[in-house]
Write a protein that binds this ligand. Structure first.
Ligand code: DGL
Length: 259
């Protein structure tokens, strides 16, 4: 049997990463785990995030995954070191894309929208220190955004009001790049484009994660063979409608299961 790539997130957001992975690695089979019953992770303690990440990892390893993409900034920044130290498969993580933003900004001011769990992590702070020397990084917790996205509430007035409240102070301070530091947020790009002036560049890390996944599979001789017919299974421990809606892929070889 060809082993799948495992992908997990606190919920539906990591599908934004899954899409990039599936696009870059079309021969690979995948298993996606949406821990929506426990979302949002962003407001939980480091220990709780770690325990949930361990549970998700074991769920995917029990189903034969050869590599795990932690498609959640909050879980990566709080748990990936532990996971790498304690399990033998390779792990690919995702962190807010501070480095590309620091390279692109002309005003030397970048905004980062992420969860409390990510913004308070030492991994995030170390990355910011390393790559954003001489750049002002304005951190904004996206409190409430994940909950709305989990209920499929993406373009509502409530969402727009919340976003405006988060964006305005950063715009007043002259940011020209906005880093989306949570895998749920790429689904907000159409709304963000309505709310942001056209000179603001929106940056996320999805494609970089897919590239890194491919490189690590190659390096470990784990790539699927040319003749593999890929299958994709999406597991959720809550209702599955929003997940289906966001994955929005042809149904052949894709199944959705509630557990
Ligand atoms: N998708 C998760 C992330 O990238 C969302 C966190 C949450 O559940 O609060 O951080």
């Amino acid at each position: 049997m060809v082993k799948p790539i495992g992908v997990f997130d606190s919920g539906v957001g990591g599908t934004s990463i899954w899409k990039e992975v599936a696009k870059m690695l079309p021969l690979e089979s995948t298993i996606y785990l949406a821990d929506s019953a426990n979302a949002p992770y962003g407001e939980k303690s480091k220990e709780e995030i770690l325990q949930l990440s361990i549970k998700n990892t074991e769920f995917l390893l029990n189903r034969g995954c050869k590599l795990i993409v932690v498609a959640c900034n909050t879980a990566t920044t709080n748990a990936i070191d532990y996971l790498r130290d304690n399990y033998s498969v390779p792990f690919i993580g995702i962190e807010p894309a501070i480095k590309p933003a620091a390279l692109q900004t002309k005003t030397k001011k970048v905004g980062v929208l992420a969860t409390k769990g990510t913004l308070s992590s030492s991994l995030f702070h170390n990355t910011s220190k390393l790559y954003a020397e001489g750049i002002t990084v304005l951190e904004q917790e996206g409190k409430g955004l994940v909950k709305l996205i989990e209920s499929g509430d993406i373009e509502s007035d409530e969402m727009k009001t919340l976003l405006k409240q988060f964006l305005d102070p950063m715009l007043e301070q002259d940011i020209d790049c906005l880093v989306l530091g949570c895998t749920h947020y790429p689904y907000l790009i159409p709304v963000l484009k309505q709310l942001l002036p056209p000179n603001i560049t929106i940056i996320d890390s999805g494609e970089a994660v897919a590239r890194q996944t491919k490189a690590v599979l190659e390096h470990n001789s784990l790539l699927a063979q040319e003749n593999n017919v890929p299958t994709h299974i999406f597991y959720s421990n809550k209702e599955i409608d929003v997940l289906k809606q966001l994955v929005n892929a042809p149904t052949a070889q894709i199944s959705f299961l509630v557990f």
